[in-house]
Write a protein that binds this ligand. Sequence first.
Ligand SMILES: Nc1nc2c(c(=O)[nH]1)N[C@H]1C(S)=C(S)[C@@H](COP(=O)(O)O)O[C@H]1N2
Ligand SMILES: [Mo]
Length: 400
Amino acid sequence: MQFSPFSEENLNRRQWINAAAGGAAAGLIHQGRGFTFEQQPAAKQLLVHSHTPLNAEPELSHLVESWQTPVKHFYVRSHAPVPEVDRETFRLKVQGMVHQELSLSMDELDDRIPATEVTATLTCAGNRRREHSLVRQTGGLQWAAGPIGNARWGGVRLADVLRLAGLKSGAKHVWFESVDRIEKKGHTFPFGASIPMAKALEKTENGNSTLLATTMNGLPLPPDHGFPVRTVVPGYVGARSVKWLGRIVVSDRPSENHYVANAYKLVVNGDPGELSAAPPVYAFPINSAICLPGAHAKLVRGELTVRGYALPPGESGRTISRVEISTDGGHDWHRAALLSPAQEFCWRLWQATVPLNSMTKQLIVRAVDSNGIVQPETVDWNLKGYLYNAWYHLPVQIGT
Ligand SMILES: Nc1nc2c(c(=O)[nH]1)N[C@H]1C(S)=C(S)[C@@H](COP(=O)(O)O)O[C@H]1N2
Ligand SMILES: [Mo]
């Protein structure tokens, strides 16, 4: 099937912004580990799906400029406007099945708990939804392949905070609740998520853990990305990495928040029975996309350099081991060079040089991981368009 997720119409309906978004913390002086400076909201360079709340993704060509995605090219996905948080009076609460409930200031978090860093790729469960909708229409923002980015997150291990509070026996899930306010069908409620206890306590062989992150690429979290503190759950869909975190609740069951109980589930009809039976989505699957050339590039016969990203499945120890490109509909495959390190929970950038002739109609990419798992050619359709990870097709036009 021939399809393009990048029609002119779609690109024109969106627009470029080059603006300070969500500047709640503009001008505040932040003093944290190793830095004291005036935080300026990053000028975003993104294609906008909606302004308030901001939902925006980078142009794909920007994604392959660096392994670590700069904030200006890091997508934003927010269900409600950025809440204003005063770092000085803010307290992070830890409650539920713990021996000692906690109410921590940001300075206490810094002082009482050892600092750590994790580099992890964050990707929206709705990444590539626009292609998913070409199979059959799906609900939600019609993201291209841009709601993904790889950042260095600094903060403390969630496990260390839980240890400080002391887990009661029977504790199985950790809930995250934001201080934001989502309005839906006459109700106002915070964004929330939860993760199983094993993920909350995970420390991989490489030292990676679920974080309460206060920095992104070495600077305080920008307002759009969750200032002053968010969770970062390496390997899990972005929706579990809760921004503007206000409360952690330890429980014997998954969160009852809308975004765990109803949304972020793979369903076909979406009726109440199907929804309640479906498990929440946690880890992301293997994926890849072509970022260069762009959809409207005018190509000529001969050799073409192609670049993109590939994401290993979100499980400890898994990395991308091979990326392949086809110019003849999946008959022959050319192996791409891998441009960045093989790191768990992180994407890998790649580049390939492939031959184009007048018969070339599309480029296809697929990735293979360190367990030999091959990205699937097609995937089952789901109502909300989550986790689309079929082979990526880029239609091309070859001039003379
Ligand atoms: N409080 C809060 N946290 C949130 C969200 C949100 O709307 N509110 N969106 C989630 C989703 S769906 C994604 S994909 C990521 C996006 O993170 P980013 O905006 O920093 O890229 O944040 C997650 N955390
Ligand atoms: Mo998301």
